[in-house]
Design a protein around this ligand. Structure first.
Ligand code: EPZ
Length: 422
């Protein structure tokens, strides 16, 4: 198994191109199941999660071709011949549950494995299932699978009111509602940029949707959807991650394709910590020119709040801040697994339930570390950029799920980083 070795090497300088969003692409891909016509995605990120979703769609009978070195995904679901998403694929990636709504809406039946546990929290799928039931779906949970059927005549529009904001459940029911008979109103909907991107793509396919980006989305079902070509929105989490690189070890980096509206709450916290952020014609330029970063408090929230997917990386920054920062994780119950690893590098952190107190230290020291999820892994790389000596990050397969060319991108701005085979 490969590892990544990072050696603290002083300030960074240069430009990093930000890829298309993993989490947008993972919901845009299942949208192919809604139509017999081709759906083409541009600006797709080259990641193992995207390959897993491609395999899942192929197992259902869809055609998926990765063109232009994987940046273009050409898909067609004209001949779906299997409506069963197997445990073997679903267990690798929870986003697999997103094939349920589209298959049910188009063909009236689907069998999808329930995802199992997850390192960052229990992450049930009850809200996905309740929302589809509100559209008339009959669900039977047995043998670890959801067996779903639409009523005769297909799904029908309904009112869905989520008790808490769920990105995935909003996406699943939004896709299903596009082909349901009548009007669906989704209340307390997620407002993430990935939802907006999905709605825009579905509209190109002929769907009638209003209100994406607000907490109420209204969908008027249509008889059929057609093909489309759509460019995947910029990955706001990759953007925030690389914005933290110069923040943590000094210098100036321009993140190409970055947009402040994608990471507004995050930018506000970064600026409060003393980092400068400038909007340029090509993206966002981030600099830490002098002095130590100041402690800031952070609470994760659904968009437009501070994203949970940047909490671990922000913690890495705050480990070297002047003063004590309080981080509150409100989305997932077990998302501080990076804290003990950062402590192995000399950080001072007290975790109690969903709160972490980070007492800033002047220097971190390199150490062998490992993490149990994607964002935790990259937070250790960021910490390694600021540490004295070598940091060896193990279990690199987590990184391959969500960061394309992490070594090349950071080396390109002057970081000392390499991937080594075990
Ligand atoms: C999406 O997961 C992202 N994944 C996650 O990114 C991200 O952390 C999360 O949204 C929150 O922003 C993808 O888009 C593929 P949720 P999702 O449903 O949709 C609870 C990363 O690192 N909940 O918004 O699964 C749930 O347990 C990943 O890229 C239920 O209780 O998240 C959580 O506490 C990790 N029942 C909260 O809601 C449900 O049926 C929000 O989860 C669904 C969710």
């Amino acid at each position: 198994m490969d590892s990544i070795v990072v050696t603290g090497n002083g300030p960074l300088s240069g430009r990093i191109a930000i890829a298309g969003a993993k989490n947008a692409c993972l919901t845009l891909m299942p949208a192919t199941l809604l139509t017999e016509e081709p759906l083409t995605l541009l600006n797709a990120p080259r990641l193992s999660d995207i390959r897993t979703m491609a395999q899942l769609l192929q197992s259902l009978g869809a055609e998926v071709s990765a063109l232009q070195d994987g940046k273009v995904l050409a898909m067609s679901s004209h001949a779906l011949d299997n409506h069963r998403a197997d445990y073997d694929i679903v267990r690798k990636m929870r986003a697999s549950i997103l094939v349920l709504g589209p298959m049910l809406a188009r063909d009236g039946h689907a069998v999808v494995s329930l995802p199992g546990g997850c390192a960052i929290g229990a992450r049930p799928v009850d809200l996905h299932l309740q929302a589809l039931e509100a559209l008339g779906a009959e669900l039977d949970l047995r043998d670890g699978y959801v067996h779903a059927k639409a009523p005769s005549g297909g799904l029908k529009g309904g009112r869905v009111r989520f008790p808490l904001v769920s990105v995935g459940a909003t996406e699943n029911v939004l896709m299903a509602a596009t082909l349901a008979r009548g009007t669906t109103v989704i209340e307390n909907a997620a407002r993430e940029p990935e939802i907006v991107d999905l709605a825009q793509c579905l509209r190109k396919m002929g769907a009638q949707i209003e209100g994406e980006g607000t907490d109420t989305i209204t969908v008027e079902g249509v008889e059929r959807l057609g093909g489309a070509t759509h460019r995947v929105v910029t990955d706001r989490i990759e953007l925030g991650t690389y914005m933290l690189a110069p923040a943590i070890c000094g210098g100036e980096v321009e993140c190409l394709g970055g947009r402040r509206d994608l990471v507004g709450a995050f930018c506000e916290r970064l600026e409060a910590a003393g980092i400068s952020i400038e909007e340029t014609e090509s993206g966002l330029k981030v600099a830490r020119r002098n002095g130590r970063v100041q402690a800031v408090d952070v609470t994760t929230e659904p968009y437009p709040g501070f994203p949970t997917d940047l909490q671990a990386q922000m913690m890495a920054l705050l480990c070297t801040a002047e003063g004590t920062s309080v981080l509150e994780e409100k989305i997932f119950e077990n998302r501080f697994m990076h804290a003990p690893e950062l402590m192995r590098m000399g950080a001072r952190i007290d975790v109690s339930g969903g709160t972490a107190k980070v007492h800033g230290v002047e220097n971190l020291k390199g150490a062998p570390v490992m993490a149990t999820d994607l964002r935790a892994s990259v937070s250790l790389i960021l910490a390694g950029l600021a540490a004295e000596g070598d940091t060896m990050v193990n279990r690199v397969y987590h990184l391959d799920r969500g960061y394309e060319q992490v070594v090349e991108k950071l080396a390109g701005v002057g970081a000392k980083i390499e991937r080594v085979a075990a």
